[in-house]
Every structure is written in C-alpha cells, then in structure tokens.
Design a binder for this molecule. Structure first.
Ligand SMILES: Cc1cc2nc3c(=O)[nH]c(=O)nc-3n(C[C@H](O)[C@H](O)[C@H](O)COP(=O)(O)OP(=O)(O)OC[C@H]3O[C@@H](n4cnc5c(N)ncnc54)[C@H](O)[C@@H]3O)c2cc1C
Length: 320
C-alpha cells in the first residue's frame, strides 16, 4: 500500500548537496525528508581516494565520507527515504513527488539535488579500472598522477579543459580524439596547441583500457584508428575520460528552465523560477562539479528555503 509523507522540506538527492541541505534544514527545525534515489550518497560512493574535501589531513574514502554525511544528517533529525522519484508536480504548493513504488511526498519547499553523471565510453575495461587509473575528473584525481604519463579522451571543452588542468601535475599529456578537429571553443584550443607538454592523437578511439601490476592499475590503452582501422597502443599511468556530463534533470523538462540540461538558478542564490523550489549541487553547476561546492550550494538551498518559508508564514499570518 503506497504511503504518503509530508514535510516542510523535501530534498531530492542524497549526495553532498542534498545531505548538506538536510543538515542545515534539520537544524533549522524543518524536519526535512531526503529522497535518496538509486545512488544513496551520490557520485562519491563510486570513487575511492578523496584528498580535497576540507577537514581531513589524510586521504579519505568517498563512500566513507558519504556515510558520515548521512549519519550527521540523521543525527540532527533528517529522515531518509530509499525511493526514486518518477513524477513531480510543481504547479502548486505543497509540491507533490511520486516515487517508483507509488509513495507520495508533499513538500512546502523542494530542494533539487539530483546531481550529474559523468559520461563514460561504456567499455568493460573502463568500468573495471575505474578508480585504478581511469577517472572522469582531473580536478579530483589529477593530483594522484604527479609526474606521471596521462591521457585525456575527448574533443570538446571538457577534454581540453581537463588536459590544460593536468599540466599542473604532469609533463606528459596526450589527448586522444576520434576526429581530426576539436569541438572545443577556439580560445581553449589556442591555449592547448600552445602548450609544450600536450600532444594530440587525432582519429583514434579507445578499444581497451589495459590493466597490469599488483595491485592492478592502468598501464596503457589499446587504440584503433577511426580512419584506417590500424591498431596501436599507448602506455599511460592515468586516463581521464572527458566526454561531458549529463545532469539528472529529465523530471524537470518543461517544468523548470534548463541551460544545456542544467537547472537554472537566480545568480548567487539557489532559487529556481518557481518560488519554493531550490536547486543545489552538480544539477545546477556546469563549471565546478566538486563535492565541496555541492555541499556549499546545499547549505545555500536550505537557508534560502528557510527564509522563503519564514516570509510565507509571516504573510499568511498578516492576512489571517
Ligand atoms: C569517480 C568520481 C570521483 C570524484 N572525486 C571527487 C573528489 O575527489 N573530490 C570532489 O570534490 N569531487 C569529486 N567528484 C565529484 C563529486 O562527486 C560531485 O561533484 C558531487 O558528488 C556532486 O554532489 P551532488 O550532491 O550535487 O550530486 P550527486 O553526488 O550526483 O548526487 C545526486 C543524488 O541524487 C539522487 N537522485 C538522482 N535522481 C533522482 C531521482 N529521480 N529521485 C531521487 N533521487 C535522485 C541520486 O541517487 C544521488 O543520491 C567525483 C566524481 C566522480 C564521478
């Protein structure tokens, strides 16, 4: 029998943005409900070493960090729901969300923190070596490849930006691109072509990420020429798949304004175009996409929502 849950705040997503919003909202007495989705804890649960989240001098593990964040949110009073939302009605308050088992959630405010997923090539070897040399985030993992040989796969802005970022750590960077020209903005290309430490392999696609050693890690990539079909191999310690991100915004198409798929918020706030609906984290961030920025935006969303409700309550009282 489907259940109904109501709260002053429903938070959609349980990554750093959603859980930070939950911590702030719970401490403000809003008794938030967090709908966790099919990836409780979000993207950091699929990585290993995290070295850039403030507060920890030693490397910590992504899944551990997210367990701690959830425990902290629960400790201050947030309620977790293991459910995946498939339908949403933002036409009036309270907003209505429906889970895939039929459960319904009503929220006086809604914080959307559904994140974004890095796009992968979809190779089995890529999946097997994720976190062992294969990554989708140079800002997150580039530091682990100081002085090592790395490759970046892709040809758009993401790939060129990732390659340029990696020059902070490596002197041997190769971009592998399946075409003979980049789609990236010209100014980025100019910076890339001018950099002495970046080489480009045109018309090459990855066939296999090759592992080796003990413990196993990436040692190279088998490539195929997209024009001639010729096979080749390149050795590498790290590979960064940089073919873009996909924000989780299917639910909001035609309901909220999107920019390249990302939710649009009013500058400097978490407010969307619908009063009472807020967005935080990677779902609204096509630039930074870091755990700490997502957590910061989660905090903003909870504070914005709390102020929204205080104003709405005051107006209702005055009218009454
Ligand atoms: C492999 C990897 C390594 C990374 N390493 C680092 C690092 O070292 N340092 C760093 O700062 N950042 C790192 N990042 C980036 C970081 O993980 C993200 O920036 C951060 O997780 C974004 O947080 P978020 O809360 O916005 O979204 P996410 O973490 O993506 O969480 C989204 C949440 O929304 C839920 N959700 C989605 N759709 C629905 C739905 N329909 N119904 C209900 N729930 C839904 C999901 O289940 C999930 O809980 C890494 C990312 C990856 C992929």
């Amino acid at each position: 029998m489907p259940a109904t849950h109501s709260s002053r705040m429903i938070i959609l997503g349980s990554g750093p943005a959603g859980l930070s919003a939950a911590i702030y909202a719970a401490r403000a007495g809003m008794a938030p409900i967090v709908v966790q989705g099919i990836q409780p804890g979000g993207q950091l649960t699929i990585t290993t070493d995290v070295e850039n989240y403030p507060g920890f001098r030693d490397v910590i593990q992504g899944p551990w960090l997210m367990e701690e964040m959830q425990a902290q949110a629960e400790h201050v009073g947030a309620q977790m729901m293991y459910d995946h939302i498939i339908d949403i009605d933002l036409s009036e308050r309270p907003f209505k969300l429906t889970g895939d088992g039929g459960n319904r959630y009503f929220g006086d405010t809604l914080v959307i923190a559904t994140g974004a997923q890095a796009k992968w090539l979809g190779l089995e070897s890529e999946h097997l070596l994720q976190g062992k040399g294969v990554s989708a985030c140079a800002t997150c993992d580039g530091f682990f490849y100081r002085g090592k040989k790395v490759v970046v796969i892709g040809g758009g802005n993401t790939a060129v930006e990732e390659a340029l970022y990696l020059t902070n750590h490596s002197h041997d960077i190769t971009i592998i691109h399946r075409r003979d020209s980049f789609r990236a903005e010209k100014i980025l290309q100019d910076r890339l072509f001018a950099h002495p430490n970046i080489k480009i392999l045109w018309n090459k696609a990855v066939e296999t990420f090759v592992g080796g050693g003990n413990p196993e890690g990436l040692v190279g990539l088998d490539l195929i020429d997209t024009v001639t079909g010729e096979k080749s191999h390149i050795s590498a310690d790290g590979a960064f798949v940089a073919i873009g991100h996909k924000p989780a915004t299917e639910l909001f198409v035609d309901k909220l304004p999107l920019d390249e798929g990302y939710l649009v918020v009013e500058k400097g706030t978490s407010r969307t175009s619908i009063p009472g609906v807020f967005a935080a984290g990677d779902v609204t961030d096509k630039i930074y996409r870091q755990a700490v920025t997502a957590a910061g935006m989660g905090c903003m969303a909870a504070l914005d929502a709390e102020r929204f409700l205080a104003e709405a309550d005051f107006e209702a009282m005055v009218h009454a």
